[in-house]
Design a protein around this ligand. Structure first.
Ligand SMILES: O=P(O)(O)OC[C@H]1O[C@H](O[C@H]2O[C@H](CO)[C@@H](O)[C@H](O)[C@H]2O)[C@H](O)[C@@H](O)[C@@H]1O
Ligand SMILES: O=c1ccn([C@@H]2O[C@H](COP(=O)(O)OP(=O)(O)O)[C@@H](O)[C@H]2O)c(=O)[nH]1
Length: 740
């Protein structure tokens, strides 16, 4: 671990409630604050200070001539070096690093100037082989870069990749980049673009404005190779990497994200100690999580320009909105949670429950897949932070975090295209022949304990026992994609599942037939589409699932076959897919009965059910042309693209509204209020009991006012000019007892 990374790990003793808090402060105060109260270290503060100063002073940067700023900066640097003797080593380091950051920004500006005068060059990446640069410029660049390399503790150059200001862009921030970076044995890097849900979802947003994707490349990159990887990602994929060491990633991603947040958000309170006797909730996980969120914030600030929109994705980055808000007061931040938000009774288990809420509440818009998740979130904010909330959102330190429901979908066109592909059709044909005379049940899951794979296997066992007519006539094809294999619970699940598969196949299998075809690897997309198409029944038995895209994908591929979807009521998609047979996967018998019902269902009933499902996933206009005469192309409902566009539009809307709110509700000036009160002939005091007179965090029904409160109220009441109204949700009897 390098010095810088050590620096990023926060100290346990500094861990405090205020860490993720983002109370507004004056500009000066903001400059003085550390970005994360519990993260010590000079590099962080300096980087942020420099970034925000420079950006709030865009005119200075833009008016700089190509030569002068660097000279000025160099002089400043020399001046600083002189002063260093008078400064504490920490302060001197901070100042030097701040200077470096400024130099980087100046350097970027120089390249912008250079680019505007060189035909055909639009990007200003740090590229020493660029032939368009003059010798002078190259020398300048390398000398600046040398300075940076000498000063940077990681050896990594902190390049600002700001491009010329051409209007706002969307910065999408997610834990993983949609590009997988790998290094082969010869040391060559490979970049593979993934085609996951978010990638297709953002296609629509792309047409609204340019975007840049910020995230972890999924592997540790050697500090000397980071510039190369960064440039490749930026130029080839519109991505900007957040570099995290494997050790940090293990604590942050495997530890806090996937062994603390993931289980609890999915209602799985894991044992307090692991099998090796280690505490499950270890503060080092939390520290790594905070440090990683800090890293992401740092990356965002390197590319952020005023007016940009930032869209943070998922539970890995709950602290990020507040980290950004502290530095960029008016920044437009959206946050979307892809997994369930649990009820307060579960959420409150998390030892850092307040910090996480405070972190995310700095967003302007917080999105969830379902109404229930949003409702849980609002109630948690009230119960745990004692905040006022309404169905629209939460008020937190004069900032209103809007809450909205945006159910994600899939990209139907990708499936349509695949289904038209000759190879896929060929494969469908082969599979039909392979499963001739049998009914195919299909499960497609990551091998995660939330997916309820054992529940499904037990239900199949029950089916084959109770409805023995299906024996030898049914096959369950279960795709179980290995995931998070380093985590103990996942290892346990894998061995349990293997045992169950072995047991059931042993019990009901013959030489010619195994009831379960267990595929413990991920499949190529075309193979998956072919399987979706031939399956008579798909079973989604998740014990909790944010949404579950597999259920939608199955529906898309069943236009011919009209297969039946069995869907756990605990999957987010169950809230919208009314054509599915909904089950409680914990009731194994009920699940087995549902499989029997699906296998026996007549074609007509299947058609009706399928239509209900399909029209949710994707409506085509010709089917509604007489009803919706104003619509001239596809009516897309609940697709991935619609999800992204509607979230983004709502974000845009709420930030505009935010400004209106600010104008209409200016903060009162305490001095002038006192002055006015003292001269007023009649004064009306409206006092809310909860939140004003009693402690805001208290919800106890019998939390009576203190003697101080009573004294103050009595004094106020003794002045005939005062009218005092106490507003409370408590019963009249209680209020009479207290104030009567
Ligand atoms: O394998 P990971 O990188 O750890 O991530 C796991 C999956 O997380 C996301 O899934 C969640 O979002 C889906 C879309 O909103 C939702 O349908 C699902 O219920 C959630 O669990 C991510 O989208 C997947 O690609 C990851 O595999
Ligand atoms: O071998 C496979 C199996 C599944 N998937 C994809 O993985 C996603 C699973 O998403 P879902 O929301 O159902 O659950 P998650 O795994 O995100 O929790 C779906 O888009 C599947 O098409 C895949 O790419 N390869």
């Amino acid at each position: 671990m390098s010095g810088r990374e050590e620096d990023l790990v926060c100290r346990k003793d500094n861990y405090s409630t205020s860490s993720a808090d983002f109370e507004y402060a004056s500009e000066n105060e903001v400059e003085e604050q550390t970005i994360l109260g519990n993260l010590p270290g000079t590099v962080r503060n300096t980087t942020f200070k420099a970034a925000s100063r420079e950006r709030s002073d865009g005119s200075e940067v833009l008016s700089s001539s190509p030569e002068s700023p660097v000279t000025t900066e160099t002089q400043e640097l020399q001046e600083l070096q002189k002063q260093r003797g008078e400064m504490s080593p920490k302060a001197a380091q901070e100042e030097i690093l701040a200077q470096i950051q400024r130099l980087q920004l100046k350097l970027t500006e120089l390249r912008e100037v250079d680019n505007t005068s060189s035909v055909g060059s639009h990007h200003s990446q740090l590229n020493t082989s660029s032939s368009g640069h003059s010798l002078h410029r190259q020398n300048l660049e390398s000398s600046v870069r040398d300075t940076i390399c000498q000063q940077s503790e990681t050896g990594e150059t902190l390049i600002s990749t700001n491009s010329a200001k051409v209007g706002p862009k969307l910065l999408v921030v997610s834990n993983r980049l949609p590009v997988t970076v790998t290094k082969d044995n010869n040391g060559a890097y490979h970049f593979n673009m993934s085609s996951g849900g978010l990638v297709s979802a953002l296609k629509g947003v792309k047409s609204l404005m340019p975007f840049l994707w910020i995230g972890w490349p999924g592997t540790e990159i050697d500090p000397n190779e980071r510039d190369y990887v960064r440039n490749k990602l930026r130029e080839g994929y519109s991505c900007f990497p957040v570099f995290i060491t494997d050790e940090q990633a293990n604590l942050y991603y495997n530890g806090f994200c996937n062994d603390v947040l993931w289980p609890l958000f999915h209602y799985v309170p894991l044992p307090i100690v692991s099998s090796d006797g280690e505490r499950k909730f270890d503060f080092k996980y939390w520290q790594a999580y905070s440090a990683a969120n800090y890293r992401f914030a740092e990356a965002v600030l390197q590319v952020y320009q005023e007016g940009d929109y930032i869209w943070v994705q998922d539970y890995h980055l709950l602290l990020l909105p507040s980290l950004l808000r502290r530095r960029l007061r008016d920044v437009k931040i959206g946050f979307f949670l892809h997994i369930p938000f649990p009820t307060s009774e579960v959420y409150r288990i998390i030892p850092v429950r307040k910090e996480l809420l405070q972190g995310v509440l700095a967003a302007d818009l917080i999105g969830f897949h379902t109404y229930d998740y949003a409702r849980h979130f609002l109630s948690v904010c009230t119960r745990i932070l004692g905040l006022d909330s309404s169905p629209k959102g939460v008020n937190y330190h004069s900032h209103f975090a809007h809450v909205g429901i945006f159910p994600i979908g899939i990209d139907p066109n990708t499936f349509h295209r695949a289904l038209e592909d000759a190879n896929v059709q060929q494969r469908i044909q082969e599979l039909h022949e392979r499963f001739m005379g049998k009914k195919v049940l299909l499960g497609v899951d990551r091998l995660d304990y939330i997916k309820g794979v054992p529940h499904k296997l037990l239900a199949l066992e029950w089916l084959l026992t109770k409805y023995s007519e299906w024996m030898h006539k049914v096959v369950l094809v279960q795709i179980a994609v290995p995931t998070r294999t380093e985590i103990e619970e996942y290892k346990k699940l894998s061995s349990q599942t293997n045992e169950l598969v072995g047991r059931i196949n042993g019990k009901f299998g013959t030489v010619d037939h195994s009831p379960i075809m267990f595929i413990n690897q991920s499949l190529a997309f075309e193979e998956l589409v072919a399987l979706y198409t031939v399956a008579d029944v798909a079973i989604v038995s998740s014990v909790r699932d944010g949404m579950n895209l597999v259920s939608y994908e199955y529906v898309m591929c069943q236009q011919a076959n009209k297969g039946v979807l069995i869907l756990s009521e605990f999957a987010g998609s169950a809230q919208s897919l009314s054509g599915a047979i909904r089950v409680n996967p914990w009731n194994v018998e009920e699940l087995a009965n549902a499989i029997h019902e699906a296998l026996s269902m007549p074609r007509r009933e299947r058609e009706i059910k399928h239509w209900k499902l399909y029209r949710y996933v994707w409506l085509e206009v010709f089917e509604f042309v007489f009803l919706m005469i104003y619509v001239s192309s596809y009516v897309t409902t609940h697709t991935a693209e619609y999800w992204a566009k509607s979230f983004f539009q709502e974000l845009d809307n709420v930030v505009k509204h935010r400004d209106e709110l600010r104008l209409s509700l200016p903060l009162l000036n305490v001095k002038s209020v006192i002055k006015r009160i003292s001269i007023a002939r009649t004064r009306l005091f409206l006092l809310e009991y909860e939140g004003s007179l009693c402690h805001p965090k208290s919800l106890a029904e019998l939390n009576s006012p203190t003697s101080t409160h009573i004294k103050i109220l009595t004094r106020l009441c003794s002045d005939p000019r005062n009218i005092i109204v106490v507003i409370s949700g408590r019963s009249k009897t209680i209020l009479d007892n207290w104030f009567g």
